[in-house]
Design a protein around this ligand. Structure first.
Ligand SMILES: [Fe+2]
Length: 594
């Protein structure tokens, strides 16, 4: 693989073109579960103070019988556990026993639609029955393949629909299916909640009611009132009206500082009409998602304590973002750091057939995709009618980002790059992680992530915000997943600890290992070789409908309303489609011993 200079016609966001990319088809192939813990072979030294479990979630099964998924995000959730104790590591994995997984397995074909896959009618049905099945209701998937999240001390796996599953982190067994909509009026929640130090959890989710689509900020209390508690006590802190109610933005996550939730309304839009009618039209849900570069990105600030939405809106150019790095308040400004792309169409390229390409075709997929880079935005918190217009309000000498009041309640922001030109050679950075336990919502110096000289991460990076220099771990032919920072027991400095990452190889059978790096130097301390293959993938879902005639009428009425632009309505299909995005990435969680 050799870097070549970009052509003059190549836009800034396609800074590095590559040739000769290695095929990674085996990384997006189905795997067998390992339901009982197995030993690993440790090379080097894994510090004996690391005692706990690394949990990972992602798609692990891409076909049932003769049917197969189209999009990487559609695969069935596979849960992985690396248990580390006294320098030794065991590994186990289980498929999430979701309704989607069980129904697909029972029929030995895909009977539930997912983000990029529309389930085909039962081949045993006659023509008329097949026709009617196009009017069946699409239900949100419970294939929670995105990540592990924590509410009230319990572990759940989540996607972006209204369904989560509580799981036992010790044996990865599926315990209980939980429905957000049974507790609050939302049709889903992201798989990236934020946590206050006391355990209070914040999240976001859309609702689709008679007032149209709304973005909702959610707060879940830290304590259980009963041992059977799940989401009891959850509240909608506030709701934000989309710029276009029938085309709300897709969001994968949000940012949080000490006092504010920051919602990023980006130009990745959901065409609710297309989503609602996808089965009728015989199209996958993913076709209702589109990038609209004519629209600016808007930051909405919500006071965490009062739920009040700031009347001041912070605009910037069209960007897409999946993961934020950190946000903190300093001297009357909110510093917002996140990974951004200047193009939001990448989601459509993560088809399984693209990921399994080779040669020039694979290079072409990569070279037409926009890379993601870390950027800082500086948002002035005290904007009033007295605030002068048309001048840079950023008085923080630590950042070159600008923010200008352009009219009443509108500030336009220009970012500062949190990197030098050398990051272009590593394909940008995604899957950002920080020392979350001590530095989330606080000023910080370091973040970690994956470099992307391939469609999946091919290096691990540690960025130092002091001088924007970074350290790299890279081994040719190996592909590391999201890095997780684990602080050492006597940690004093921000980077006292280790980085853990699951590393895969597409060419070596059973070439998987858990990598342990010194977080200060990014040098390898040790690795645990796992004698099984682990995929790099994701999941999907759909459930067959109920009373056909009723749903046919329902769909047609909704279609009429939407065409007249008079209303939008509740559609689980919307949230079903959202789940797919998250699957872009496999997520890891570190659990300290009890
Ligand atoms: Fe994510």
């Amino acid at each position: 693989m050799s870097p070549v200079k970009p052509k003059s016609s190549v836009k800034e966001h396609f800074p590095t073109r590559l040739r000769g990319l290695e095929t990674i088809a085996s990384l997006v192939s189905s795997a067998q579960e390992t339901p009982e813990p197995i030993s690993t072979e440790v090379q080097g030294i894994i510090p004996s103070w690391i005692n706990g479990r690394l949990l990972r979630n992602g798609p692990g099964k891409f076909e049932f019988g003769n049917t197969h998924y189209n999009h990487w995000f559609d695969g069935m959730a596979m849960l992985h556990q690396f248990k580390m104790e006294k320098g030794q590591v065991t590994y186990m994995s289980r498929f999430l026993q979701s309704d989607a997984y069980r129904k697909n397995s029972e029929k030995d074909r895909i009977v539930m639609s997912e983000f990029g896959t529309l389930a085909m009618p039962d081949p045993c049905k006659n023509f008329f029955q097949n026709f009617l099945s196009r009017f069946e209701k699409i239900e949100a998937t419970d294939n929670a393949s995105v990540g592990f999240v924590k509410y009230k001390g319990d572990y759940y796996v989540s996607t972006e629909t209204n369904f989560m599953h509580r799981v036992n982190p010790e044996n990865l067994e599926t315990v209980e299916k939980v429905d957000w909509s049974m507790f609050i009026a939302v049709n889903g929640a992201t798989a990236h909640p934020h946590y206050d130090p006391d355990g209070t959890t914040y999240n976001m989710g859309n609702s689709y009611g008679h007032k149209g689509a709304l973005y909702n900020i959610i707060r879940v209390p830290p304590e259980k009132t009963d041992t059977k508690d799940t989401l009891q006590g959850a509240k909608v802190l506030c709701s934000i009206v989309p710029a276009n109610k029938s085309h709300p933005s897709y969001y994968h996550s949000f940012a949080m500082s000490e006092n504010y939730v920051v919602f990023i309304e980006q130009p990745i839009k959901m065409d609710l009409l297309k989503i609602v009618t996808c089965r009728l039209r015989g199209k996958a849900l993913s076709e209702g998602i589109y990038w609209d570069p004519k629209q600016e990105t808007v930051f909405h600030l919500v006071d965490k304590h009062t739920g009040k939405v700031s009347p001041v809106k912070y605009h910037t150019k069209p960007i897409s973002t999946f993961h934020q790095i950190n946000a903190f308040e300093e001297d009357g400004f909110l510093m917002l750091d996140m990974c951004c792309s200047d193009d939001g169409q990448a989601i459509n390229n993560y088809l399984i057939q693209n990921l399994r390409k080779s040669g020039d075709a694979l290079d072409e997929v990569y070279n037409t995709m926009c890379r993601s880079f870390p950027r800082r935005f500086v948002l002035p918190l005290n904007v009033t009618s007295e605030t002068p217009s048309d001048q840079n309000l950023n008085t923080q000498t630590s950042s070159k980002a600008t923010c200008v009041k352009v009219c009443k309640d509108k500030v336009f922001c220009q970012h500062e790059d949190l990197h030098g030109d050398d990051l272009y050679e590593y394909g940008g950075l995604e899957f950002p992680q920080i020392n979350y336990g001590k530095y989330n919502t606080q000023p910080y110096r370091y973040f970690y992530g994956c470099g992307f000289r391939h469609l999946v991460g091919d290096s691990l990076l540690k960025m130092d915000l002091k001088d924007k220099m970074f350290k790299v771990w890279h081994q040719k032919g190996f592909y590391p997943s999201e890095p997780v920072f684990v602080p050492s027991p006597e940690a004093v400095e921000e980077d006292d600890g280790v980085i853990l990452s699951v590393v895969l190889s597409p060419t070596q059978d059973k070439g998987t290992f858990l990598l342990v790096l010194d977080a200060k130097t990014l040098e390898e301390l040790g690795r645990a070789n796992v004698p099984v293959n682990i995929p790099y993938g994701f999941h999907v879902y759909t459930e067959k409908g109920h009373t056909l005639q009723i749903h046919a009428i329902f769909i047609l009425i909704c279609y009429k309303f939407l065409c007249s632009q008079k209303t939008v309505f509740i559609v689980n299909a919307v949230t079903a489609c959202l789940s797919t995005f998250e699957n872009l990435f496999c997520f890891t969680t570190w659990i300290h011993p009890q």
